[in-house]
Design a protein around this ligand. Sequence first.
Ligand code: CAA
Ligand code: NAD
Length: 289
Amino acid sequence: MTVQKVGVVGCGLMGHGIAQVAAQAGCQVTVLEADAGALEKGLGRISKSLGKLVQKEKISQADADKTFGNITGTGEVKDLADCDLVVEAIVENLDVKNTLFKDLGALCKAETIFASNTSSFPVSEMGAASGRPERMVGLHFFNPVQLMKLVEVVRTPTTSDEVFAEAKAFGEACGKVPVAASDTPGFVVNRLLVPYLAEAIRMVERGDSTPADVDAGMTLGCGYPMGPFTLLDYVGLDTTMFILEGWVEKYPNESLFEVPALLRQKVQEGKLGRKTGEGFFKWEGDKRA
Ligand code: CAA
Ligand code: NAD
């Protein structure tokens, strides 16, 4: 792997985890975050996560200190100019992502690889916005990044062979199993997972079941580690709504992508899931209350 300097944009649920696994892979990581409070919170989560790994004797305290020391936070996009790879993990809004990639395209050195952690949007559109479509790839990590073993490496029709191979090698260095995916809505996993989550909400909307019973059904009946409502809270109800809204705009006739009214209502009420302390369930920190 030639990637040594990594920029991560966004230090929320996903960005903090991506920054951590990249630093654990030995990279120098600069995390760009628009919100100073979110940056502080994200760095705090990294520190806590490394602490857990030390406690479990998976890494030494010296390794944890070295990893944490490899991560620098910033509020200035110019600090990403000399990165070998920039991984974007900001809000699921294509216009906002395109603006970022346009700025990065104007700023970064010619060799920089651009990657998006988008859950659902066309990676090729961000490549076009950057002005360097051959250097754009999707790197779709899963939540929680520290624990989930998969990364989807999304190849657009213009991604160069070299960029795809480097992105795959970076995913492996981060301890993940890379799976190649095409630039289609939701790639492999979310094309299956997100309609399933939406259908679970519709079932409750119809009054056919409750979140607790649906979750019991899918954990005890199918062996899933979390039921769909716990997982919705875990992912973030805002993010799930943004994914569906983006798809509805592009594919208005696909009923599987419809946004359930109950999902909109929860987001309007600020009940975004684990990150706000309440979604379909109540949360105390990272655990269900
Ligand atoms: N860093 C380090 N260690 C961590 C950690 C972190 N961030 N988070 C948890 N751990 C540790 C815990 O301390 C715990 O350790 P012990 O066993 O020593 O206590 C261990 O990992 C397991 O954690 P928990 O006990 O909290 O919970 P668990 O056993 O239920 O496992 C889970 C947690 C791995 C998240 C599991 O519930 C799971 O696999 N859930 C499904 C997650 C999933 O489907 N993710 C995909 C979401 S969709 C997506 O990401 C794509 C998208 O675009 C929306
Ligand atoms: P989040 O809301 O937890 O974090 C996003 C962060 O990005 C926020 O802290 C915000 O302040 C910051 N941000 C927004 N615009 C910015 C900008 N222009 N520059 C710098 N920082 C900016 O969101 P998340 O759950 O981490 O999701 C991030 C991305 O990862 C989204 O594209 C999402 O679809 C994708 N994703 C999410 C999950 C999940 O389970 N939540 C899983 C895989 C992929």
